[in-house]
Design a protein around this ligand. Sequence first.
Ligand code: EPU
Length: 345
Amino acid sequence: MRSIQQCSMQGFNSFKVKAVTPTIYFPDSLADLHQLAADKVTSFYILGEGSNTLFIDQQAPVIIKPCFLGICVDELEDTYHVSVGAGENWHNLVNFCIAQGINGLENLALIPGSVGAAPVQNIGAYGVELSDFCYEVEYFDLHSKQLHRLSKEQCQFTYRGSIFKKSLHGRAIITKVVLSFPKQWQANLSYHGLDHLPFSATAKQVMDQVVKVRRQKLPDPATLPNAGSFFKNPVVSSTKAAQLKRDYPDIPSYPQADGNVKLAAGWLIEQAGLKGYTQNGVGVHENQALVLVSYQYNNGQEILNLAHYVQQKVLARFDVLLLPEVRLITKYGEKEFAELTSRTC
Ligand code: EPU
């Protein structure tokens, strides 16, 4: 299996942090996965394209970067099934599908990252989530040393979550994702930014609009290192939401099926006065406060410090606790924000 010793991760994460891993493995076959299991590689982090990952320390843990490639389309009577290798680029997949006349992923255009990472955090944008189209996920279990397949229900998808962040965390290497697209398609134009498109808009037109809006709002990691939304949108009780609405009548709020209410973290951060705020070469983006950016290719600790500062300011103002969407990786592996922030100022 291809691997590199003492590899700088700077080119492998969108924050461009300069952590060094003792070894990065690039498995692309079942034999490679068996080798990882046989070598008892137990403490590691599975990396997609590093667009939702923050390396905190100068040392990174052992990295496994799955490189399974290939897209295979199966046309059934009223559905397309598309099987995709975990190492494929997500946006390339969206482009491929739309070019083939397979509609559905247009609202998820330009989300950075790999296909294998998509089910882990159930990527979502503009009213659509991966779980809307997920049919099956194949993974290699380092414990049982076998390939397994999970149906959409078995993946236990939630807002930015799945079984791969819970009971399968640290043992499942996703190899393939199978998506299912009904041939009968209707554009999803419910989200603001898309709602001016005509009812008859094609999937390509929707995709082009999503790309345009994202390019306007979100900084390009190639020129300004970032990891998209740093925080998840917090979900609060309806009582708490009603109280906030009384104090802040303009607060955006999205009622959830379970009775709770989702708030917009970007709005809370902006109202806390932090949009465009900078400290020590890192900052809160000036167009989208949910995005933290690194102006001077800083180390991850500075970004973590800023995230903690933002969290505390929002907590003090609204009594709402923001938690990161970005995965936080130390030399010992992945850690929770609360565990790490006791180390920040
Ligand atoms: N808002 C502000 N100030 C800001 C940012 C947002 O007031 O600085 C307000 C907006 O005006 C709007 C509300 O907050 O009323 C929600 O904003 P927006 O529609 O831009 O979406 P978001 O909640 O900030 C989420 C996803 C994005 C996704 C967009 C579009 C999360 C954590 N983020 O952002 O995902 O692109 O919706 O669907 O759920 C990502 O995960 O990296 C990502 C970019």
